[in-house]
Ligand binder design. Sequence first.
Ligand code: CDP
Ligand code: MG
Length: 701
Amino acid sequence: MSQFWKPGSEKPTSRLVEDEDGGVLYVRHPTSSSSHSGFGHASLEKQRKRLPVYEYRTAILYLVENHATTVIVGETGSGKTTQIPQYLQEAGWASDGRVIACTQPRRLAVQVVASRVAEEMGVKLGEEVGYTIRFEDMSKPGVTMIKFLTDGVLLREMMDDPLLTKYSVIMVDEAHERSLSTDMLMGLLKKIQNRRPELRLVISSATIEAKSISNFFSYSRRKRHDPESQDVVPSKQPAILSVEGRGYEVKVYFLQEPTSNYLHEAVSTVLSIDEKEPMGDILVFLTGQDDIEAAVQLLNEECQNLGKRSSGLIILPLYAGLSRADQDMIFSPTPRGKRKVVISTNIAETSLTLEGVVYVVDSGFSKQRYYNPISDIENLVVAPISKASARQRAGRAGRVCPGKCYRLYTEEYFNKEMVAHGIPEMQRSNLVSCVMQLKALGIDNILGFDWLASPPPEAMIRALEVLYSLGILDDDAKLTVPLGFQVAEIPLDPMVGTMILSAHSLGCLEEIIIIAAVLSVQSIWASGRGAQKELDDAKLRFAVAEGDHVTFLNIYQGFIRSGKSAQWCYKNFINYNSMKKVIDVREQLIRLVKRLGLVIQSCEKDTEVMRRAITSGFFAHACRLETYGQEGVYKTIRGSQEVYIHPSSVLFRVNPKWVIYHEIVSTEKNYMRNVISIDPSWLTEIAPHFYQVQKPNPVIH
Ligand code: CDP
Ligand code: MG
């Protein structure tokens, strides 16, 4: 029980207002005269007290005490993520070995906020304040009181502890992002609340769509209060609290004419800000590692050409998978006389706050997942953002003083073309993992699940079909024993999980684990160094005709032979940080498969066996070469979609007749990333039912 609010203690009435429809409790913001001035070098404690959320501390604790669910809306940077878990801890919600959880959709955000909160509390990261992301656990059972974790990891924890009993409060942060895992989590937490009336949920969001989330949690049925229990059963009516931010005015500029190259436009906008505008950091929103690295390089070149190399621009990329040192550079204060330019994915839109940003350059795009159940292709595409996102991005410029936002699109486009809000990820994703996880959690009636936003039925049917053909679900759509349950235990895509289990049967688990580890990191090539020719030459040193997966194995072995040398990586255009990650993930996977009772055997360089194991997981991604030539045109067997081998693949321009890809990335075309060549007879051998579902005998001639 929280020690801060005792039942019957005085509530902050002046701040509470009853809502007329439905008795939802709102808290209006207190009128405050304190003005926000930049943080300067105030102590951390002073900084904490200056955050907008601090004035609501009492109200937040009151609401959490008295309501099963509290929805908190507040501008980015107001202190929701870093402060609320601390308030809860201070009020005793982490006493008696209980834990306060705070989920984030993004891994990098988990790491960054956890280390910030540890610093504010003056504790070592991984002790009282810890974090867990996939393949990285920095928490200590019995010691950790505040735990940051990805929403995906919390879903995983439900497999061992379905009621999440160790948590007293679960804060689902960044709910407005509506990531697939966040939506799943909210549906499941609503179920848990029925069984655990004492569990408190805090749902926090940067936008005001709070009402729909609050309605969602309103109708959960609750067990009658047990009179023996000491716990106070909170009201099941969710409370909504709105934290008023104190953002400064941001002047917004649009392009007069649309641009066909947002990357160049972004670079020239940065240069012109640097030339004409007073000091203040610049935050540029691009879409992903590739265009961010390209922009960093271009900007460096331009500065050099202009003879401004030492003029004071500190150019930093910000995307998932950055090393700790890179992160530190981004979050440390800008030295006097310098101007920081952070070129970021939309992680800086609401997940992370950068102090000192005065200028925002918004490309109008972000990378988004899109799944087409008809073609059965899930793409990561560069797609236009919503108006809501554009407003969030602009808001980042008004943190410390009035700012400016330069939108690299026209005002007409903003008004007429941009959608108001994005579509929840649930409605545009491949649901194979999601369905398998729900099944593993014992949810049999997936279609009848209480979704915050219902996924399209076609995507659901596709997912069931794929899981069935992988042998994970049986005829009654239940997980198979042992395969289905084993695959569900592996915290990777079911296709990768199936590949690992097949590798066990085929005796090549040793190799496939390495391949799975490499596939789980973004890229092991040091593509950001700009020297394409040298990179291509380096690739040739490792490349094998069987394809990328087998090439990865060569690289891994070379790295181990070099004594895990950073210098070796540099010489061979390999990303050293990625390789360290691979070593880590491999070790964890080995522990996991041992726990599943699997025996690790090596196939001693028999690449056919390896490729068969990969095919067992990825047969649904088979493609056939249709047109020869410099750039071979492939068609997917399943949906007859035109696809191409990605230029980063060792099979680019090699164009084997039959291939299997790991994933599709789309820029101007659908590119297959990470490809192996296969023998088509394996397809009908391994997945006869899959390739006969649509057309009898469709593929092999
Ligand atoms: O979650 P929300 O966007 O409401 O804010 P937050 O992430 O809790 O951040 C609150 C404040 O903490 C920010 O405005 C930053 O001033 C500061 N902060 C920081 O300086 N460094 C970090 N790594 C994280 C937060
Ligand atoms: Mg936050």
